[in-house]
Design a protein around this ligand. Structure first.
Ligand code: ATP
Ligand code: MG
Length: 385
């Protein structure tokens, strides 16, 4: 009996006239996730079926599909003829030896000789007489056998609904530039925007040689993890070593973070405009650290002239962010102990509510344009496989 994977989509159906656009993006992303697996993708009755694959690859394919935004649920199903004997054969393969169960049926083919209730009742009865330790419990069964009668004498029989990534297909909501640090928050921020359909490219600032190769490797690894959800990404790195040195040399230490932030945002905006990104994305969360007060955000935001800065985590608690980081598979990498640039030259007492006039006063001691140009000269593009 052939196995197929059913992919049901999430919010797409809401999109009326644009539906085709969303479906095409979704389809492209599914194909991409399944690249390297021999299989066939078809659209049928408002959902997708993956068929003609090697059965031993099914689990791995489902793991990939669980990262495709737009998918609501997935199921691994048997495709069989829709007569009762065939349904029974398939159901037996899914049935446990004991425990409580129910059969749920759905009839896409309204000409099928039995109603949904009759199918469930008859199939349930057959399973009961085959497995003597089973009981029926329609309210709270320990497992469910699901039957979907399709047209042309075909049926799908499956057990579970596997939770998909939900959200919108990547590629349907423009492109953003993620400021990717080596921490916990920014990969999650990228994930959240990709979940709303956005293409995400990454920019990382380092302070080589104060930070080492391993710190860079860590960021590359995070970009790779993120790229499974973002349908690929591009990572660029820029050195802010000279900027940090200049600030360290010329400005009051309590403004180090704020001033550095303003450089990062300026560089990020220029880079974003060059790569046609339409916004900046950061992992900031209100009040999480000294630089993430509303005053801190205002001061860095005020150097960004043309693009919105999206902060998808602004209202999240740290533990909520960690939960998502674990779920997306980034946490273990994020907590590796390699320094990102912000920890170099860190002052003992950063300004918590920096005043703009004080910041501007400090900033005037620096050759802002010259430092930005120098930073851009260090730009490196890193290929994310
Ligand atoms: P994260 O866990 O993402 O590192 P954080 O809690 O350490 O965040 P900050 O260090 O204040 O917070 O950084 C706030 C945001 O600024 C980050 O989420 C990220 O978007 C951006 N950012 C910080 N450092 C870097 C960096 N070295 N390169 C690129 N972006 C950075
Ligand atoms: Mg950080």
């Amino acid at each position: 009996m052939k196995k197929v994977i059913i992919i049901r989509y999430a919010e797409l159906f809401l999109k009326g006239k644009n539906r085709g656009f969303f479906e095409r993006a979704f389809e492209t992303n599914i194909q991409r996730a399944l690249k390297g697996f021999e299989c066939e993708l078809i659209k049928q009755n408002g959902r997708y079926l993956v068929q003609n694959f090697e059965e031993e690859n099914a689990e791995e394919m489902i793991e990939k599909l669980k990262k495709v935004f737009g998918a609501h649920t997935l199921s691994l199903a048997y495709e069989t003829a829709s007569d009762m004997d065939s349904l029974f054969e398939a159901a037996k393969l899914l049935c446990r030896e004991s425990g409580s169960f129910k059969v749920e049926s759905h009839r896409g083919d309204k000409k099928y000789p039995l109603t949904s209730i009759e199918i469930s009742r008859e199939l349930g009865g057959k399973l009961l007489s085959c497995f003597h330790k089973l009981t029926v419990d329609v309210r709270n069964p320990s497992f469910t056998i699901r039957v979907d009668i399709r047209e042309h004498g075909v049926a799908l029989v499956f057990g579970e609904f596997i939770e998909g990534a939900n959200g919108m297909p990547v590629g349907t909501a423009g492109k953003g530039l993620l400021l990717l640090s080596g921490g916990i928050d920014s990969p999650v921020a990228g994930y959240m925007m990709a979940k709303r359909g956005m293409n995400v490219d990454c920019l990382h600032f380092h302070s080589y040689p104060y930070t080492n190769e391993q710190a860079k490797e860590k960021v590359v690894d995070l970009a790779k993890i993120l790229s499974e959800y973002t349908c690929g990404t591009h990572l660029c790195t820029v050195s802010v070593t000279h900027i940090q040195e200049a600030i360290h040399e010329k400005c009051k230490p309590e403004f180090m973070i704020t001033l550095l932030r303003r450089f990062m945002y300026r560089i990020a905006e220029r880079h974003a405009l060059r790569i046609n990104a339409q916004c900046l994305i950061t992992g900031e969360s209100l009040g999480q650290v000294a630089s993430q007060t509303i005053e801190g955000m205002t001061s860095s935001n005020s150097v960004v002239e043309q693009l919105p800065v999206l902060r998808p985590l602004v209202g999240f608690d740290k533990n909520e962010i960690i939960e998502r980081s674990v779920k997306m598979g980034a946490y273990e990498t994020s907590i590796l102990p390699f320094e990102d640039c912000c920890t170099v030259f860190l002052p003992d007492f950063p300004a918590i509510r920096p005043k703009l006039k004080d910041i501007l006063y400090e900033e005037r001691k620096l050759d802002v344009e010259g430092l930005i140009e120098e930073a851009f000269a260090s730009l490196e593009k890193i290929r994310i496989e």
